[in-house]
Design a protein around this ligand. Structure first.
Ligand code: 4AD
Ligand code: MG
Length: 431
C-alpha cells in the first residue's frame, strides 16, 4: 500500500507512489484527462487522471466531484515546474469519501456578513488559511521568547470575582449563588505568580463587553501577559521591545509566503529596528497639536490620535507617563510627577493602534487601598491581591500584548475579526 502523506511533504516522495487525503478545491476536464486540485490543509496539488488508468465507472464518478468533496488520491509524484508547488500527482486510484453538497462559498465575491455567517466554511479559503498560519507563528514566537528567557507559564483563571480593567466592560455571569465576571486580564494573578516564580507569563482568552463597533475591538480576544518581580518601567519596555522584534523576525523568517499571499508590504516589517522611539505623554500631545488634532490634553489617546503618532515612525512607538486619571487603579505613579502613571502603551506602525498596554504596578499597601476605594471597587474582592503588598512587596512590572491586534498589524488587515478563527463581537456570537 502506498504511504499516506501530506502535500507539504510531497518533495520527499518524488517518483514514488503516495496517497493524499483531502478535499477538491477545483476540477476541470479535457477529453481523456481530468485535473483535480486537491487541498489537504498543508498545501494544494494538482492530481491528473488519465482515462486509461482508472476503471471506467470510477473515471465517470470523478466527473461528479463537486467543490469540497472529500477524496483520497493515490498516484505517483512527478515534478512539474509550471505547477504551484512544483509537483503533480499522476493518479492511479481514487477513493471518494463523500460527494459534497453545493458549497456556499464560491470564488465569486461574497459580502462580509455572508462570509462571517459561514465562518466555519470560510476557514478553508486561502486567505483565511494564511492569516491563521501567521497567528500560529506569532503565538509560537511569543511562547519561545518567554520560555527562552526562563519565564514560567502560569495559567490565570477565566471566572473572576472582580474587575481588572474598569467596571464598564465586565461580562457578568451567575456563579452558583454568587456573581462572577469573565476575566478582562490575567494580570492580577500574574502579580501573585511573579512573587512566587520571579518571572511568569500567561496566555489565554480575555473578555470585554465592548459596546463600540470598531475595526479594533473584539469581545473575546487573547492576551499574552508577562509579569516580572524586581522590574521597573524601563526594564518592562525593554522586554516588550524584544518581544515585538522576535515576532517580526519570526514571521519574516517562517511566514513570508503567507504574508505575500495577503499582499502585505514586507518592507514595512523589514524596516522595524531597535530601539523603538519612546515618547512621553507630553511629547505625544505636542505632536498631536502640531498635526492639528482636536486632542484635549489630559484625555486618553483615541484611535485617530494613535494613527497620527505612528505615522511619524517606521517602528512601533512607546508612549509613556499618561495621566494616572485615565489609567487603571493598579498603576504606580511617577514619584516625580504623582499625577502621572509609570505606564506604557505600544502603538503599532502604519496606524494599527495600541498593541501593548502595561507598566509598573503600585507596590505600597496603603496607596493601593486608597486607589481601590477611589475607583469604587469592592475591597473584599481584592483582599487576596492586597496580601501581595503585605508579604514581601517588591517593585514589579508587566504588560499585555493583544494577540489579534498584533496579527492585524503583521498581516496588514483592515479588520481584527479576520485574525481569530471564530470572532466574537458586539453583533456576533454565531457560528
Ligand atoms: O491595555 P489593556 O487593557 O491592558 C491590560 O489589560 C493590562 N492588564 C495588561 C497587563 O499589563 N498585564 O489591554 C492590553 C492589550 C491592548 O494593548 C490591546 O492590544 C488588547 O489588549 N486589547 C484588545 N484587543 C482586542 N479587542 C479588545 N476589545 C481589546 N482590548 C484590549
Ligand atoms: Mg490599554
Amino acid at each position: 500500500m502506498a504511504p499516506k502523506t501530506y502535500i507539504a511533504d510531497i518533495a520527499k516522495y518524488l517518483g514514488q507512489e503516495v496517497t493524499l487525503q483531502g478535499w477538491i478545491y477545483n476540477s476541470t476536464q479535457k477529453g481523456k484527462l481530468q485535473f483535480l486540485m486537491l487541498r489537504d490543509g498543508t498545501g494544494i496539488i494538482q492530481g491528473v487522471i488519465f482515462k486509461g488508468n482508472l476503471p471506467e465507472e470510477l473515471f465517470d464518478a470523478c466527473l461528479a466531484l463537486t467543490q469540497e468533496s472529500s477524496v483520497r488520491l493515490t498516484g505517483t509524484v512527478t515534478e512539474d515546474k509550471r505547477a504551484k508547488g512544483g509537483y503533480e500527482l499522476q493518479v492511479s486510484a481514487v477513493d471518494i469519501v463523500q460527494i459534497a453538497a453545493e458549497f456556499p462559498i464560491s470564488p465569486k465575491e461574497h459580502g462580509i456578513d455572508f462570509l462571517m455567517e459561514h465562518r466555519h466554511l470560510w476557514l478553508r479559503s486561502a486567505l483565511q488559511h494564511a492569516v491563521l498560519r501567521v497567528r500560529h507563528e506569532v503565538i509560537r514566537a511569543c511562547r519561545d521568547y518567554f520560555d527562552d528567557l526562563g519565564f514560567t507559564l502560569i495559567d490565570a483563571p477565566i471566572f473572576t470575582p472582580a474587575a481588572c480593567e474598569g467596571t464598564t466592560t465586565l461580562f457578568e455571569t451567575n456563579y452558583f449563588d454568587e456573581k462572577a465576571y469573565l476575566t478582562q486580564s490575567g494580570q492580577l494573578y500574574m502579580e501573585a505568580a511573579a512573587m512566587a516564580f520571579g518571572k511568569v507569563y500567561c496566555f489565554g482568552p480575555t473578555f470585554r463587553a465592548e459596546k463600540s463597533k470598531t475595526r479594533r475591538h473584539l469581545t473575546e480576544f487573547w492576551m499574552i501577559e508577562p509579569e516580572v518581580a524586581y522590574c521597573d518601567l524601563a526594564m518592562d519596555m525593554e522586554l516588550a521591545e524584544g518581544l515585538l522584534m522576535k515576532i517580526v523576525e519570526r514571521v519574516l523568517e517562517n511566514r513570508r509566503e503567507e504574508l505575500l499571499r495577503l499582499e502585505r508590504d514586507l518592507s514595512a516589517l523589514e524596516a522595524i529596528k531597535r530601539p523603538f522611539p519612546r515618547l512621553d505623554y507630553d511629547e505625544a500631545s505636542r505632536m498631536l497639536k502640531d498635526a492639528g488634532s482636536p486632542f484635549v490634553f489630559g484625555d486618553d489617546l483615541g484611535a485617530p490620535d494613535e494613527t497620527l503618532i505612528s505615522q511619524n515612525f517606521s517602528s512601533p512607538v512607546m508612549v509613556t507617563h499618561y495621566p494616572a486619571a485615565v489609567k487603571a487603579f493598579y498603576m504606580k505613579r511617577d514619584p516625580l510627577r504623582p499625577e502621572r502613571a509609570l505606564c506604557v502603551d505600544v502603538l503599532a506602525p502604519e496606524g494599527y493602534g495600541e498593541i501593548i498596554g502595561g507598566g509598573q504596578r503600585e507596590d505600597d499597601l496603603d496607596t493601593l487601598i486608597s486607589r481601590i476605594t477611589a475607583h469604587h471597587l469592592p475591597k473584599s474582592a481584592f483582599d487576596w491581591y492586597l496580601d501581595l503588598r503585605k508579604y514581601g512587596s517588591v517593585p514589579h512590572a508587566g504588560f499585555g500584548l493583544g494577540l489579534e491586534r498584533t496579527v492585524t498589524w503583521i498581516c496588514g488587515l483592515q479588520h481584527i475579526r479576520e485574525t481569530i478563527p471564530f470572532p466574537r463581537t458586539i453583533s456576533r456570537i454565531y457560528p
